[in-house]
Each structure stands twice: as structure tokens, then as C-alpha cells.
Design a protein around this ligand. Structure first.
Ligand SMILES: CCCCC/C=C\C/C=C\C/C=C\C/C=C\CCCC(=O)SCCNC(=O)CCNC(=O)[C@H](O)C(C)(C)COP(=O)(O)OP(=O)(O)OC[C@H]1O[C@@H](n2cnc3c(N)ncnc32)[C@H](O)[C@@H]1OP(=O)(O)O
Length: 231
């Protein structure tokens, strides 16, 4: 285990979503949820042009206010600040697919039970691809994150090397989707995980992920990323 994974807080120990570890994350989760609702409202509202212009001005004003606050660019900066928890906690808040405090993330909840992993997720209207159904790219992203969490049980967490998704049926929007996965193989730096996604008891997609622990280690990979965070 290297610097990123050592002493990892495990937010995936139970079916309950791990609570925020500070008032900062608590406040940010609230804001993230409001922005998720905003996304849903934005794609569904047919308000007048004038109402849309007014809403735009309000959001633009809020953006200017937040742009003037102190900021940390990327999870590594949060980690190095020493004030926002371990990497696992920060990842649990900010990850693009599983982050509770990231409004882009659809609210994926996942937990481990031995070598099996379980999860739930509900994708609102903003995730629409085919009419009434979840965009296939988001289905793949959900599998990437979910299988990526499941591989941690193998003890050698790495990066996604290959992800194969089989789309069996369209995956419905605004429906509780259930995920399950199991470790198929863990050897040296490679971990193979397979999983499925169900809607109303029916499997809509299956996936297999091969995760490779980088030869340089995860921390070295993270150091390579310094400067990529748009500061
Ligand atoms: C992302 C941070 C995660 C932090 C995780 C830790 C703790 C956090 C806790 C909880 C968080 C939960 C989940 C988070 C984890 C994952 C979720 C999302 C993950 C992503 O969203 S991540 C973004 C997409 N991902 C990439 O951006 C990878 C880009 N890529 C590379 O960084 C390199 O390419 C790498 C590292 C893959 C390999 O580089 P390398 O130099 O270490 O590999 P090397 O050549 O030594 O090969 C060794 C053996 O693996 C085989 N092999 C190599 N590459 C393969 C491939 N692609 N497919 C199949 N097999 C492959 C070789 O064939 C050989 O096999 P053999 O030994 O049998 O010959």
C-alpha cells in the first residue's frame, strides 16, 4: 500500500452512505444536492425566455461569488491541505461518479460485503441518452467506479485497464438501479471484477473490469497529475 491507500478510511463498509466527516463536507453535500436538482430542473423546464434569462443571471452571480472564495484545485490539493480528511474521504466527496459532494455524480451508493460489492444509484433526467433511458456512457462510468471500488477487496487497487460493458436492455431513468459485483481474480498487480446492473429485478447491463496497479504505484501516478487541475 502506498501513500494514497495507506490508512484508508473505508466509506464502503455498510449500506448506509458514510456521513460527511466535517461541517465543510456537510455544507457542500447540501449545495451539491441543490445543483443536482438545478440540472434536473434545467433540462425539464419550459419556462419563458425571460424567466430563463433571470435564472441565468442569478446562477452567474452565484458563480462570481464562489469564484472569489478560497479554492483547492483537485483531490490532491485537498489532501495536502491536511484539513479535509484522508484520500478515501476526499474521494468519497469529490469523485466524478461516486462523490457525494460532486453534483455531476448521480448519487451512487456502494458497499462491500466480503468479496462481493453492492450498490444503488438513481439517474435523473439529466442523464438521458435514448428517450427515457440512461445514456450508455453513464452506465459505463457507473460500472467503472463501482467495479473500481469492488477491486479494493482484492488488496491491490489499481486503475482501470480495460472495461467491457454489455448493454442487454435500455436502463431506465428515475428508477432505483441495483448493482452487484464480485472479484473474479486477483494476481500480482491485476484484479478482474465482474458485475451487473438491475432495474426492477431485470438485468439491463453486465460488465467486466480489469484493474492494473501501476508499476510506479498509485502515489507516483497522482504526483504525475500535478498541474492538470486548472489552477
Ligand atoms: C484513480 C485513483 C484510485 C485510487 C484507489 C485507491 C484508493 C481509493 C479507495 C477507494 C476508491 C474506489 C475506487 C477508485 C478506483 C477506481 C475507479 C475509477 C478508475 C478510473 O477511472 S482510472 C482512469 C482510467 N484509467 C487510466 O487512465 C489508466 C491509464 N493507463 C495506465 O496508467 C497504465 O497503462 C496502467 C496503469 C493501466 C498499466 O501501466 P503499467 O506500466 O503499470 O503496466 P505494465 O506494462 O507493467 O503491465 C502490467 C500487466 O498489466 C497488463 N496491462 C497493462 N495495461 C493493461 C490494460 N490497459 N488492459 C489490460 N491489461 C493491461 C500488462 O499486459 C501486464 O500483464 P502481464 O504481467 O500478464 O504481462
Amino acid at each position: 500500500m502506498d501513500e494514497l491507500t495507506a490508512g484508508l478510511f473505508n466509506p464502503f463498509a455498510s449500506e448506509e452512505v458514510a456521513p460527511p466527516n466535517s461541517s465543510h463536507w456537510e455544507a457542500k453535500r447540501r449545495l451539491a444536492e441543490a445543483v443536482r436538482q438545478l440540472n434536473d430542473l434545467l433540462v425539464s423546464t419550459v419556462a419563458s425566455d425571460a424567466e430563463l434569462a433571470q435564472a441565468s443571471a442569478q446562477v452567474e452571480a452565484l458563480n462570481r461569488t464562489l469564484a472569489d472564495t478560497p479554492r483547492l484545485h483537485g483531490t490532491l490539493a485537498y489532501l495536502k491541505s491536511g484539513e479535509h480528511g484522508h484520500y478515501g474521504e476526499i474521494n468519497h466527496e469529490l469523485n466524478a461518479v461516486g462523490g457525494q459532494s460532486n453534483p455531476l455524480a448521480p448519487g451512487l451508493n456502494m458497499w462491500l460485503d466480503g468479496n462481493r460489492a453492492y450498490g444503488t444509484v438513481r439517474c435523473g433526467l439529466a442523464y438521458e441518452g435514448p428517450p427515457g433511458f440512461v445514456h450508455g456512457g453513464f452506465v459505463a462510468a457507473i460500472f467503472d467506479q463501482f467495479l473500481g471500488m469492488a477491486q479494493v477487496a482484492g488488496g491491490q487497487p489499481g486503475m482501470t485497464g480495460t472495461l467491457t460493458v454489455r448493454y442487454l436492455r435500455p436502463t431506465p431513468l428515475n428508477t432505483e438501479l441495483k448493482l452487484s459485483a464480485q472479484l473474479s481474480r486477483a494476481e500480482d498487480r491485476k484484479t478482474l471484477v465482474s458485475g451487473e446492473l438491475r432495474a426492477g429485478g431485470e438485468i439491463t447491463a453486465t460488465a467486466e473490469g480489469l484493474f492494473v496497479r501501476p508499476s510506479r504505484g498509485m502515489a507516483a501516478m497522482a504526483e504525475m497529475a500535478v498541474g492538470n487541475s486548472g489552477q
